[in-house]
Write a protein that binds this ligand. Structure first.
Ligand SMILES: Nc1nc2c(ncn2[C@@H]2O[C@H](COP(=O)(O)OP(=O)(O)OP(=O)(O)O)[C@@H](O)[C@H]2O)c(=O)[nH]1
Ligand SMILES: [Mg+2]
Length: 216
């Protein structure tokens, strides 16, 4: 049977406001993690943001928190192998994963990062949901399938977030959504709602905040 993958509904006003207040509160960079033993204690729920390099992960975290330099500050070139932890008050961790799909990275670097990612995704009991970011212009690519298969195997529910919606027109967006829906049929861990976002214009940000607030 085909899964429909509808768009996530807009939150009700009261829920949206509670989520807005949560994200308007303190959000701090905690640490960049390069090995499993560097992970902070698994003492609260967390969500992570995964996606190909340049998919818009850091921009999305900044849009969610309304703090422009937050994610970029901890994601300087040369530190891209780190798993970056942010504290959403004391409520939850927001986790920025390094971008995948670096065709030019040395094999050993890719292998080390993939091992860390695998161990993180399979071994983090408090990971409630992985948001897999897909650039609206590009749709789901092979490397996205790879990461989704890993999430399937690790039984980590993941939810697709389409990014940069402001960069394409409505017909192109409809085509992308169709391609994503088709691609997700193969993935049992896919959460059956999609979120369309623009960090630039704010589209979908309230919806995503409410989703995260409901998990924490
Ligand atoms: N127009 C537009 N541009 C965006 C949006 N989100 C991100 N960008 C741009 O896309 C580029 C990459 O965004 P980042 O947020 O750095 O992407 P990333 O996934 O964190 O990339 P890596 O850290 O390299 O993996 C930047 O130039 C952003 O300004 C958006 O919603 N709209
Ligand atoms: Mg980034």
């Amino acid at each position: 049977m085909k899964v429909a993958f509808p768009l996530a509904p807009e939150p009700e006003a009261e829920i949206a406001e509670a989520a807005r207040l949560l994200f308007a509160g303190p959000v701090d960079f905690l640490k960049g993690v390069v090995a499993m033993d560097g992970l902070p204690p698994a003492d609260r729920p967390e969500v992570c943001f995964a996606g190909r390099s340049n998919a818009g992960k850091s921009s999305l975290i900044n849009a969610l928190t309304g703090r422009k330099g937050l994610a970029r500050a901890s994601n300087t070139p040369g530190r891209t192998q780190e798993i970056n932890y942010f504290e959403l008050g004391e409520r939850a961790y927001l986790v920025d994963l390094p971008g995948y799909g670096f065709a030019k990275a040395p094999v050993a670097v890719v292998a080390k990062w993939q091992a860390l990612l695998k161990n993180y995704l399979a071994g983090r009991p408090t990971l409630r949901r992985a948001f897999t970011l897909i650039d609206s212009r590009h749709g789901v690519k092979d490397v996205d399938h790879e990461i989704m298969r890993l999430l399937d195997r690790s039984a980590v529910p993941f939810q697709v977030v389409l990014t940069k919606a402001d960069k394409i027109g409505s017909q192109a967006m409809a085509d992308t959504v169709e391609q994503v829906r088709e691609a997700l049929q193969k993935h049992p861990a896919a959460y059956p709602e999609l979120v369309i976002t623009s960090s630039e214009k704010g589209q979908g940000i309230a919806t995503l905040r409410a989703i995260i607030a409901s998990l924490g």
